[in-house]
Design a protein around this ligand. Structure first.
Ligand SMILES: [Zn+2]
Length: 65
């Protein structure tokens, strides 16, 4: 029976938590961000919670994939 590292289990838990919350949750290619749009078509992903330089910014970290 395979033993998973804590990091692997944490990553999987975070993944399902994001999906369960109703997000697209695609991980940014550079890591550290997940798409927080609702599940969508197209390649424009946005993490509304990371990449903002101030709390009043409306856009977060955007990327295409
Ligand atoms: Zn997305």
């Amino acid at each position: 029976m395979p033993e998973n590292s804590l990091a692997e289990r944490s990553a999987r838990a975070a993944q399902s938590a994001g999906r369960a919350a109703g997000y697209c949750w695609l991980e940014h290619p550079d890591g550290g961000a997940h798409c927080t749009r609702p599940p969508h078509t197209g390649q424009q992903h946005v993490d509304y919670y990371n990449g903002r330089t101030s709390p009043t910014d409306t856009n977060g970290h955007e990327w295409e994939e």
